[in-house]
Design a protein around this ligand. Sequence first.
Ligand code: CUA
Length: 486
Amino acid sequence: MPIRISNRVRRFALPFLFILVLAALSGCTPHHNQSTFGAAGPIAERQKDIFVLIFWVAMAVFVVVEAAIIAITLAYRRRHVEGLPEQMHGNNRLEVAWTIAPAVVLAIIAIPTVNLIFSLDREATAAASNLEVVVTGHQWWWEVEYTGEDVVTANEVHIPVGTAVRIVLHSEDVIHSFWVPKLAGKVDLIPTRANQLVVEATEPGVYFGQCAEFCGEAHALMRFKVVAHEKDDFAVWLDGMRRPALPPAPGSPAAAGQAIFAGNCSMCHSSQTTNPELARSERDTQGVRQEQFLKDLEDSAIIAAPNLTHLATRLTLGAGVRDLNEGTLAAWIRDPNDLKPGNRMKKLANVYRTQGLNDDQINQVVAYLMTLKPGPAGQAPAGQPAGGAPAGDPVARGKQLFTSAGCSGCHATTPDNIVGPGLGGVETRAATRKPGMSSDDYIRESIVNPAAFLVEGFPPVMPANFAQTLSADDLNALIAYLKTLN
Ligand code: CUA
């Protein structure tokens, strides 16, 4: 029975189909931020060449096959004859032909493709001598480390132009895929092994990237940026990452925010990774944080989280979900799930389970985070500055340091255990734990060298850098304060 298309369907269906095809084709515009056709570097260019080759080979196959179908249909269409047409079986010549032809077509595609795969892998290995960046995938953000430079950041990969850069890919949880369409094809990040790829940008600019392997609830919001700088500007960026931010002025909202950050956020987010020692300890600490999280997926108070060093210089927040500014930052802190459903900050961070932060406190944290940018050269080494602790009375000073240096994030001032042991009665316990050692020495050693007397059952996540970030006076004040707790 012939198919009848009603006039009404014809009137609407054809324009609709036309718009659909137009919309689909518009995805191919090289101007789009994530178009593989807008190759912005030699590696993406060579990969695009392979695509173009395959396209034309496929086009030739399409034309030959369609032409044959049309020609045969016309030549052998049913004419006015009675009965079945002549029946046939087997044709050696034809069968050999359509076995060899696809093999030739596949060889034309395979030889340059396989060749390019292997040569890009060799080039990735060789590019390590220019610059190597280690990218670790987390649900749902990217940790970024510069090998040999002791620089750590997140969700932004800065590179110099005209330089082939080796990117080493790891995953801390599930399979992700690193994809910057304008710079290179995608490569998976797989737990327990390292993959690599090479990227190179010809022009300075910001290139959009995103995770290209479904990895859970916030997969579509696991984005990142590659920022390509002129070579000199890249050196300036790298140098800036090693310069501590200016500490907030005492008494300013930012100083208050710093104390709130230290007490509530700093267990998972480092914010001042500006020297080699801190960068190395960050690497270990992130691993331990993730281990702690994996041990207790539902109720862990700690998890690997994006490093926030010089956050104020970044373009976006939440792994690319919004442009970064004071408004979006406040919205993120108020309810991260609002901007990025599925992320684990609200679920795991103690502050959201308890009283939460009020608007003033949120604004103070935002003010602090906006101070996180490279300070002037020759600044004092990074640390968790005491934030205007009162001089004079050591106990009062210690009490303030307890929050501003971040102790309160993990330790209660009572005997109750949170992430770390409760510190009520610590002086008495110190005497029984290490007889012969003064309680002052025991407490001091526990602060500057957390691994020394690690209490069983607690995760080894305490920062090991207090000897650098706290002065001798700070330490004495802190010890004086801790001894008053019971
Ligand atoms: Cu990570 Cu999708």
